[in-house]
Design a protein. Structure first.
Length: 144
């Protein structure tokens, strides 16, 4: 999660919403990314999706069923859907997202009983640190 936090800080420095994500398999990082929606002008360039793409390339397969994703913010609907489709074993996130989070805040796509795959979920890991990066990012962009 510390690596994901460092990636979130990197995203903030580039003007993107500060979210970082790391995919781990067998104790090694196989995918990592920061949000790139602004840099790439791509609404789908969320940290989770990009980290999963890199992990799939690294491992040479789309099924990431032995992988854990560490991300600094509760995944949105798009990313939660991608996590289910990628068959990730486990998802660990930092800050809760009361406006768009789909792992318990607004909804809970990852644990929906009708889906064929439901990853293990742990929320709140380093939540204060993750939340502080986001709070500072948005505070700096709002007029006083």
């Amino acid at each position: 999660m510390r690596d994901a936090l460092a990636l979130a800080v990197e995203a903030a420095g580039a003007g993107d919403v500060p979210v970082g994500a790391v995919v781990v398999a067998d104790g090694r990082v196989v995918g990592r990314s920061a949000n790139r929606t602004v840099r790439d002008q791509d609404p789908t360039a969320h940290a989770e999706a990009l980290a999963m793409r890199e992990a799939a390339r690294t491992l040479g397969r789309w099924r990431l069923d032995d992988c854990t994703l560490y991300v600094t913010l509760e995944p949105c609907a798009m990313c939660a859907g991608a996590l289910v489709l990628g068959r990730l074993r486990r998802v660990v996130f930092g800050a809760w997202d009361e406006k768009a989070g789909m792992v318990g805040s607004v909804g809970d796509l990852l644990r929906h009983p009708r889906l064929n795959h439901r990853p293990e979920v742990q929320g709140g890991l380093l939540a204060e640190e993750s939340g502080a990066i986001l709070t500072e990012f948005f505070r700096a962009r709002r007029p006083a």
